[in-house]
Design a protein. Structure first.
Length: 542
């Protein structure tokens, strides 16, 4: 090798250098120091790397060849590849471990206790006009509504009636107990008596017979045959399939909603709904007709132009019963809206109802609204306590003899108003041994069923059924057998009634008489007796 001074920075040409293996040094000995005038090994190595040639006495051996003979880019690539491989193995290991933990089922004693927290109370929301706007989906526009005029005043007391019983009210929602079976239906509390499982047994026990049940079946068939193509009914029943073959049609041909409700009530009373029974399509079409013709107003949903409360009460009962019997969510909003309007239309001073909203009340219309409120109560809809209190205030204002008799708009006494007032008192909490109730029942029993006033018969039969005892047994035989005997047996009128006498039969005709008579014959199972052994004696004070 050519010698050079320590200060020299130049190297001889590569081809003039000789490469020798590095000398072997004894193990454990320190490397010899550089001699004077000879470059240090570190400086020589630096110059060797710069010249890309090995230094003959560098002690790195084969490692020197690995890192100096291999190109730098290849070394970098290998290093990066190793790093990436390590990272990949580490990630897969973590994910696999996490997954194993997720899929592992631990024992109960290994689960950490979760800190308890308190639920925020849920705010109660009334079903108001906004909700009704969303849920009353089949509401037509104004130009699609059937033109309807309000029901005439009728002899007031002698107007169309409906059927439903009440018992003492709760504050807003009916509690779940035996009292809720008072109105009986398809599947459980509230309406069990109308279902096939209970109807036959209750009918026999309460005084029905084969003839009375056959009369109910024939009446339902007649009503179904007189349904119009739009799903509704008309008190003037000569249209549709009848073609005038039935006599004694009603003169009130504009109250279509009232006629439809009266025709539907006997179906519901017999356990026939749009979900169950032989007349599902009939009932479904009738309910749809009422929903299509309901009109939203300031206070809720109304029926018949002018908000006539006779028709409104009947329609509200139908919707509440149908909802309570089937739990059909599509009926909930219309039914609640009808109840809302009853509260809105109540006389704010006297607590009663009459033909239009806020009018001073009369006993006849009050009976309809109170029955509608009870139907809603049994269907677990909202019934304001103050509305019921107002009705009690009205009853107090028209009672006579401490409550055994009732007048129309003032204190008085008449068979029809007496029966309405007594039934309402039963609904709102009077006990079986109330002196005024006892006197009133004795008076009705002494009068007996009427052969000309179906409105009176309808209410008085319910009073006697709830009161039971000897008075009921005597009443039932007369009422039942007279109705069975007066039902039409031949021709197109077969299964119907026309009882001439009260104003309702004049304006409502054969549809009205048939509806009233059928509901009277359904009283055995339509309503659980308020004071009977199967009914609760618990009172809901207001």
């Amino acid at each position: 090798m050519v010698s050079q001074s320590p200060s020299s920075t130049s190297l001889p040409p590569a081809e003039t250098q000789t490469t020798r293996p590095a000398p072997t040094k004894p193990a454990g000995r320190p490397a010899p120091a550089a001699k004077p005038g000879q470059p240090s090994k570190a400086a020589a190595a630096e110059r060797s790397v710069a010249a890309d040639v090995p230094i003959e006495d560098y002690s790195g051996g084969s490692r020197f060849w690995l890192f100096n003979a291999v190109p730098s880019w290849l070394v970098s690539m290998v290093v990066h590849a190793v790093v990436l491989l390590v990272l990949a193995i580490w990630t897969v290991t973590i994910e696999t471990e996490d997954l194993r933990k997720v899929l592992t089922v631990v024992k109960n004693d290994e689960v950490e206790e979760i800190q308890e927290f308190e639920m925020e109370p849920i705010e109660q929301v009334d079903i108001t006009k906004e909700i009704v706007d969303q849920q009353l989906v089949e509401m037509p526009s104004n130009d699609e509504l059937v033109e309807i005029t309000e029901l005439g005043p009728a002899n007031d007391v002698d107007a169309q009636a409906i059927k439903i019983e009440l018992s003492p009210f709760g504050e807003q929602m009916a509690p779940l107990n035996d009292l809720m079976r008072e109105i009986g239906t398809i599947d459980g509390t509230g309406f069990v008596g109308r279902g096939q499982a209970q109807r036959g047994k209750m009918a026999r026990a309460a005084g029905a017979n084969d003839a009375s049940e056959a009369a109910v079946a024939a009446a339902l068939k007649w009503l179904a045959e007189h349904q119009l193509a739009d799903g509704g009914w008309n008190f003037d029943h000569r249209g549709g399939k009848c073609l005038g073959r039935c006599r004694q049609s009603g003169s009130l041909d504009s109250a279509r909603n009232g006629a439809t409700a009266m025709a539907l009530l006997p179906f519901l009373g017999a356990g026939q709904t749009h979900k169950e029974g032989d007349y599902q399509k009939v009932v479904e079409a009738g309910l749809r007709y009422l929903r299509l013709n309901a009109k939203l107003s300031e206070g809720g949903a109304t029926f018949e132009d002018g908000g006539n409360m006779y028709s409104h009460g009947m329609c509200a009962i139908v919707l509440c019963e149908a909802y309570g019997m089937t739990h059909d969510k599509d009926l909930m909003a219309p039914a609640q809206a009808a109840l809302n309007y009853i509260s809105y239309a109540q006389d704010p001073n006297g607590g009663g109802w009459r033909y239009s909203a806020k009018m001073p009340g009369d006993t006849s219309v009050v009976g309809w609204q109170l029955m509608a409120l009870k139907s809603g109560h049994l269907a677990y809809l909202l019934v304001p306590e103050n509305t019921v209190r107002g009705a009690i205030k009205f009853l107090d204002s028209v009672q006579s003899d401490s409550g055994s008799a009732y007048g129309y708009t003032d204190p008085g006494s008449a068979p029809a108003t007496n029966s309405i007032g007594l039934l309402c008192r039963m609904y709102t909490g009077w006990k079986h041994d109330h002196p005024a109730l006892q006197r009133g029942v004795k008076a009705l029993s002494a009068t007996g069923p009427s052969t000309s006033n179906m409105y009176y018969n309808y209410y008085a039969t319910q009073v006697m059924r709830h009161y039971e005892g000897d008075e009921w047994d005597a009443w039932n035989v007369k009422m039942r057998d007279w109705l069975v005997g007066t039902q039409s047996k031949e021709g197109h009128m077969k299964g119907s009634w026309y009882i001439e006498g009260d104003h309702g039969s004049t304006v409502g005709g054969r549809v009205y008489s048939t509806s009233m008579a059928t509901m009277i014959l359904e009283v055995y199972y339509r309503h659980m007796p308020i004071y009977g052994k199967q009914a609760s004696t618990e009172n809901f004070p207001l």
